[in-house]
Ligand binder design. Structure first.
Ligand SMILES: C[S@@+](CC[C@H](N)C(=O)[O-])C[C@H]1O[C@@H](n2cnc3c(N)ncnc32)[C@H](O)[C@@H]1O
Length: 265
């Protein structure tokens, strides 16, 4: 159903993406790029690449990069605009990738995992296709400050935000001018569980903030000066680093508290 929704709005999404997404252009993507290590000579995957604009930016860092997305039309546009010997685009569902285990050094995903029905399955797939010690960078809408109910409140030129329905997890609509898609809301704790249960170690969480120069140029960013809109999460694949799955169920069937080394208290 999500795939059909993206296909039905693909033309309008492309127009929006080309012309109107000032958050992506001026804050989210620059902040994301500034977190990345040297990509030269690396094999990189861009998960849910859309029309490939960010894949193309990364390709300039002298890596071999593959962008995947499940919407045919986005992949057609990406191929027409950006494909090259080292930059490929493939139509593929991120929940079931056709790549062999340990194929990539680095995985990225820009503002897409919160649009997916099963981000936990996608994270497991990303873990599988990454090489050991591989890094996964992904950005999402901030779950604490952008839950289903939110409203900016202005007071003396400063902004605060009322938020609600934080525990109303699952599917919600995402409205753009003239069209809508679906997004999913998961709590911060759920996102961290998804990362850990896929097997990743969490390395860093970055909350991009506009600087004064950007606010002067686009006063609209004043709203995000004190309240972040998105997060960039960095995790890495270190198989069997620390199996914390028992922490999710710390009390076993016999009612005893289980410890990380399998013992009981
Ligand atoms: C908000 S767009 C972001 C696109 C791109 N990363 C960017 O920053 O412009 C979300 C993308 O996720 C893709 N998508 C959602 N679920 C997917 C899945 N299961 N497999 C592959 N792509 C998916 C959609 O087709 C859409 O292109």
């Amino acid at each position: 159903m999500i795939k059909k929704t993206w296909e039905s709005v693909s033309k309008r999404w492309i127009a929006f993406s080309d012309n109107q997404d000032i958050h992506r252009e001026h804050l989210n993507t620059p902040a994301f790029l500034s977190c990345l290590p040297d990509l030269s000579g690396k094999d990189v995957i861009d998960v849910a690449c859309g029309i490939g604009d960010n894949t193309n930016l990364l390709s300039k860092m002298d890596c071999r990069i593959t962008g995947i997305d499940f919407c045919d039309e986005f992949i057609d546009v990406a191929n027409k605009r950006y494909s090259s010997e080292k930059t490929k685009f493939i139509c593929m569902d991120a929940e079931k990738m056709s790549f062999a285990d340990n194929s990539f050094d680095i995985a990225v995903s820009f503002m897409a995992l919160m649009d997916m029905e099963k981000p936990e399955s996608v994270m497991k797939e990303v873990f599988r296709v990454l090489k050991n010690e591989g890094l996964f960078f992904f950005s999402i809408i901030h779950p604490c400050f952008c839950p289903p109910e939110k409203n900016y409140v202005e007071k003396a030129g400063k902004y605060a935000k009322e938020v609600g329905a934080y525990f109303d997890v699952g599917q919600h609509t995402k409205k753009f001018e003239g069209f809508q898609t679906y997004r999913y809301h998961w709590t911060l704790g759920m996102w961290i569980d998804y990362i850990i249960q896929a097997g990743f170690c969490l390395q860093s969480i970055i909350e991009p903030r506009p600087d004064n120069k950007l606010i002067e140029k686009h006063p609209h960013f004043k709203q995000v000066e004190d309240i972040p809109n998105n997060m960039i999460i960095v995790c890495y694949k270190k198989p069997n680093a620390c199996d914390v799955s028992s922490v999710m169920n710390p009390v076993n069937e016999a009612g005893a508290i289980t410890t990380l080394n399998g013992g009981e208290l």
